[in-house]
Design a protein around this ligand. Sequence first.
Ligand code: C6P
Length: 408
Amino acid sequence: MLDVARIRRDFPILQQEVNGHPVAYLDSGASAQSPRQVLEAVRRYYETSHANVHRGVHTLGERATEAYEGARARVAGFIGAGDARGLIFTRGTTEALNLVAYAYGLRRLKPGDAVVTTIMEHHSNLVPWQQIARLTGARLRFIPLRPDGTLDLSDLDRLLQGARVVTLTLASNVLGTINPVAEIARQAHAQGAIVVVDGAQGVPHLKLDVGEWDIDFLAFSGHKLLGPTGIGALWGKPELLEGMDPFQFGGSMIGRVGLHDSTWAEIPARFEAGTPNIAGAVGLAAAVDYLESVGMEAIRSHEEELVDYAWRRLGEIPGLSLHGPRRPRASLISFGLDDLHPHDVATALDSQGIAVRAGHHCAQPLMEWLGCPATSRASFYLYNTLDEVDRLARALIETKEFFRDAAI
Ligand code: C6P
């Protein structure tokens, strides 16, 4: 059992009122809030250890390098990676997926090769592969969905024939579906494909182990796991990264530079051109420390209770439709309310201090599959309470009544 009241005291932003109500932050799927421990780690870094990394022979430069490389080891440990050289710091999931697409896909794919993905992908795991397919002549193939929003894997063997890359999300940011990536990785490897996992919505909430699940690449963002914005990571199997050319070029990633030619640094430096987001990495490491100190299993059980309760409470509201599977599900719920526009719903909720997201959630092909242009979405994290779910349900009923009365 989480001591949620104690946890909430660590989050200064949750102590305020918004529009005259205590804020109920139900938008962690877009960006989670940061505890004092993360804010303090970043401030302490700037106050005591800031300098550029991997350059200075002076003391502050050494401290900064130590903080940055220490952060790498801690973040790698969080996802079960034994060898921290496989952990590349990026701006976030989007940059990490572009890195794999361009540094691996563009160099390895040939005309006729298949890239297998799903129709529930966020644009950041679809559009880069569309570009790579256009540049290489490879083809995209899509694992279809069952009516409940889970993957239909019945034809996976056929889809995997000729596949070089399988790339999919661990958890859908719209449906909440949790995909069986370890099982898919086993089948993909048997056919000779590598497996790329978009962990943006999974890594913050689920204990995972890249070694045990045999994932080749895993992308995730710091700002969805209590860390700062502008920092994230790509984990890659070191033996794959070592065989790859860089994604970006410039300082820090070179071995030797001549006027007409250059050689590359070893991994991970090869994939971190330019001055990195050192303070961001320090903040991200503090975030994973915080999550580990609370316990990922305990966080998951708390979120399961919240999302289960929310599913039941929201499901009781006439005219409210819920998207995605009942369970297991990630800690978010997308819904429609009568024929109200999700933006109107989110605005009405905001007037009561309740923050939810509304829109296509950067998943337009999935919206087409759902048959609606947008949804509202409530997403939960360790600091949310059952009381906030009750407030959401009550506010949705009031919203419905308000718009009904306005239409009369
Ligand atoms: N989703 C949301 O759903 P960045 O913006 O690079 O940190 O993460 C991109 C991304 C990739 N994959 C999935 C499954 C995601 O959910 C996201 C980000 C946010 O509200 C913003 S669209």
